[in-house]
Write a protein that binds this ligand. Structure first.
Ligand SMILES: C[S@@+](CC[C@H](N)C(=O)[O-])C[C@H]1O[C@@H](n2cnc3c(N)ncnc32)[C@H](O)[C@@H]1O
Length: 212
């Protein structure tokens, strides 16, 4: 697994053309359409990259924050969304008080984190009562994905496990103090043809705090 310094370096190099990705733009919009914003005051996007998810949200009274390891990605985010607050930092250890955020979003980033349940427990810490985490991950059966190449003799799903099925997401929730409250599927098709990317968008509510 890449170190934080290696990740920052890789995404710094990718930053100038990152917004050209139809997959990332489309998934960010799908996540923005999926989230429930009623009563939300503070949104935190972890592994925000160029801020595509925050940029896709409708205008509203919510305060927008993004955290990312890559200074190059954050430079693009700041230029695109000057009213939001962005920090270059490790999103698995946040410089935020307990119970200070209503919605945490994490889109195609968790597979880059060495200890996913520990990262989710940290995001749970900053959620206010009634808040939730929305996670988007590549489905195990996605024909394409961005992430580690599979080892020889292993399938793409194995390279991307364990975040790409409803069973895996339920296990992840149980390990991090959440319950899965909603899952949606999202696909990108090339020129109306076969699916190129398939992703799962999942809402997690902290245990004992499940939304109706
Ligand atoms: C594939 S990009 C996704 C960016 C954005 N969420 C989107 O949907 O376009 C993954 C991002 O996660 C960031 N990242 C990976 N590990 C991180 C960590 N521990 N803390 C903060 N950012 C991280 C990378 O720097 C990169 O910008």
């Amino acid at each position: 697994m890449e170190t934080p310094a290696e990740l920052a370096d890789r995404f710094d190099r990718r930053a100038p053309e990152y917004d050209g990705s139809a997959m990332h733009r489309g998934l960010a919009q799908a996540v923005a359409d999926f989230v429930r914003l009623g009563g939300v005051r503070d949104v935190l996007d972890v592994g925000t990259g160029t801020g595509l998810v925050l940029r896709s949200l409708p205008a509203g009274p919510w305060r927008l924050r993004g955290v990312d390891l890559s200074p190059g990605m954050v430079d693009v985010a700041r230029a695109a969304l000057p009213d939001a607050e962005f920090a270059v930092a490790d999103a698995t250890s946040l410089d935020l008080p307990d119970a200070s955020v209503d919605l945490v979003t994490c889109v195609t980033m968790l597979h880059l984190v060495p200890d996913a349940p520990a990262a989710m427990r940290e995001w749970r810490r900053v959620l206010r009562p009634g808040g939730c985490l929305v996670l988007a991950t590549f489905a195990d059966d996605s024909p394409s994905w961005h992430g580690p190449a599979p080892e020889p003799g292993h399938s793409p799903a194995e390279a991307h496990a364990p975040l790409g099925s409803s069973e895996a997401l339920e296990r992840l929730a149980a390990a991090s103090g959440f319950v899965v409250s909603r899952i949606a599927e999202w696909e990108l098709r090339s020129n109306g043809g076969a699916p190129e990317y398939r992703c799962l968008i999942t809402e997690f509510a902290p245990v004992d705090d499940r939304r109706a």
